[in-house]
Design a protein around this ligand. Structure first.
Ligand SMILES: [Fe+2]
Length: 277
C-alpha cells in the first residue's frame, strides 16, 4: 500500500494498481474519535458544517493497516486502511441482510418467520432507547430519520408541557431553502441532488441505514423530497472534487435553513411536518 498527501487530498494505492484519492474534509468528517462522534449511535456530536471547508492534512503516517492523520484544525484520528479502501470500493451501503437471493416456483421450503419473534426483536424499551435528541444538547434544524427506509412522511410533535429552562424550538421550510439554493447556484443545487449520502443510526437493538440524496427532484424538475440531518449524514467516498462540492453546497443549504423564521413551539400545541410536499 502506498500513501501520499498534499494539501486537502490524500491518495492510497494498493499493489494491484487500484487507487483512490480522498478529500481531506471527508477524512476529517469520517473521524471516529469520541470527541467528534458518539460511540453508541455513531452520530456526529455537532453538525458537519462546523468544520472548515478548506481543512488540510498536516501529517500522515501509514503503518501496516493503520493510517494516522493530523488535520489543520488540530484534530488527530487513526483509520483502518482496509476500512478506507472498502469505503472507496463500496461508496454506498450494502444490504444489511446480505446479497438478494432470486427465487422462482422451485423455492422449497418457503422462508418462514414467527411474527412474535420479529415483534420481540423490534421492541425498544423506552428506558433503554438512546439518541442525541434525548440529551440536553442543542439540535440544529433537521428532517427526522433519513436512515429509515421509507423515511417517515409526516411527523407529529406534541408538546404536552414545556418544563425546560431556556432553549427554543423552531421550524424551517427545507423546500424553500432548496429553491433558494437552486436560484443562487445550479451547481450547488445539483451537488445535493446527485451526491449519494449514507445515513445511519445504531443502538443496542437496531442498525438503521439508507443511502439517498439531500434533495430528490421530480420529472418536471420540482423538488420532491428533502433530507437533512447533519449528525447522521456521511457522504459516500466518491470523486474527491464531487465530495468537496457537496460540502460547499451542504454548508450553504444549512445557512439558508437557519436564516428562516423560527416560531417557538408552545405548550399543548401539535406541530405537523412532512418530508414530501
Ligand atoms: Fe427530530
Amino acid at each position: 500500500m502506498d500513501m501520499s498527501f498534499e494539501g486537502n487530498r490524500l491518495k492510497l494505492s494498493d499493489n494491484n494498481g487500484s487507487s483512490h484519492t480522498y478529500s481531506a474534509l471527508w477524512l476529517r468528517e469520517s473521524s471516529f474519535s469520541p470527541e467528534f462522534r458518539d460511540a453508541k449511535t455513531g452520530h456526529k456530536l455537532g453538525d458537519g458544517d462546523a468544520l472548515p471547508l478548506d481543512i488540510k492534512i498536516n501529517s500522515a503516517v501509514l503503518e501496516n493497516d493503520g493510517l494516522s492523520l493530523e488535520f489543520s484544525d488540530g484534530h488527530t484520528c487513526e483509520y483502518s486502511v482496509s476500512w478506507l479502501a472498502d469505503a472507496a470500493e463500496h461508496p454506498t451501503y450494502q444490504e444489511l441482510t446480505g446479497e438478494k437471493m432470486l427465487w422462482d416456483a422451485s423455492l422449497d421450503p418457503l422462508p418462514w418467520y414467527e411474527l412474535r419473534d420479529l415483534e420481540e426483536n423490534k421492541a425498544v424499551p423506552p428506558e433503554e432507547a438512546y439518541d442525541l435528541s434525548m440529551t440536553p444538547r442543542a439540535l440544529e434544524p433537521h428532517t427526522d430519520n433519513p436512515y429509515h427506509n421509507p423515511q417517515p412522511g409526516y411527523v407529529l410533535l406534541h408538546c404536552i408541557e414545556n418544563t425546560a429552562n431556556g432553549g427554543e424550538s423552531g421550524i424551517t421550510d427545507g423546500f424553500r431553502a432548496a429553491e433558494e439554493l437552486r436560484n443562487e447556484s445550479h451547481g450547488l443545487f445539483d451537488a445535493l441532488v446527485n451526491t449519494p449520502v449514507n445515513w445511519f443510526y445504531r443502538d443496542d437493538q437496531a442498525i438503521l441505514e439508507d443511502t439517498s440524496t439531500f434533495i430528490d427532484v421530480d420529472g418536471d424538475g420540482s423538488v420532491k423530497h428533502v433530507r437533512f440531518h447533519g449528525r447522521s449524514d456521511r457522504v459516500a467516498a466518491v470523486d474527491a472534487d464531487q465530495v468537496d462540492k457537496f460540502y460547499a453546497a451542504r454548508g450553504r443549504f444549512i445557512q439558508l435553513n437557519r436564516s428562516s423564521t423560527s416560531p417557538k413551539t408552545n405548550v399543548r400545541k401539535i406541530v405537523d411536518t412532512t418530508n414530501w410536499p
